[in-house]
Design a binder for this molecule. Sequence first.
Ligand code: NI
Length: 181
Amino acid sequence: MAIRPVLRMGDARLLQAAEPVSDFSNLRELLTDMRDTMKALNGAGLAAPQIGIGLRVVIFGVQPQAQDRPEPRYPDADSVPETVLINPFITPLGDEMVDAWEGCLSVPGLRGLVPRHSAIRYQGYDEYGALIDRTVSGFHARVVQHECDHLDGILYPMRIRDMRNFGFKEVLFPDSPMQDE
Ligand code: NI
């Protein structure tokens, strides 16, 4: 178990395309480190390249508002099931895009308004090699698109359409209970 340093924007490793996982027998340490790191930083998701591992592995999950976490990062977010998603493939459903504010553990302290497909189907594998096939919308769909972008070397600021909607979280949302990252 280890909390790993999260690479920050500017590190060339975040801009590389990650490789598909072919050996599912060797993922335990990576997934433990990813979970520990995500939880320690109170993130909604984490992609393996963010801790310097160039594999197509993401984790995400947001639990319903818990009493013992008075400063959730996304206080208005729907709950998203704790998921390990390997070698993901996303199919947008329809043309509708929605804008919402995003943050990223690799872009600490900042928020940007990012368009995402409002509904998607995503497929991939869990850590045991079992197929995952879900149709989702809203915040769940947004989290999946954000995390899977990391596997193609895309950080959310690259998707902001109007850079006036990009700034420091504490300036944009001075009264928000959202945590810094
Ligand atoms: Ni991110």
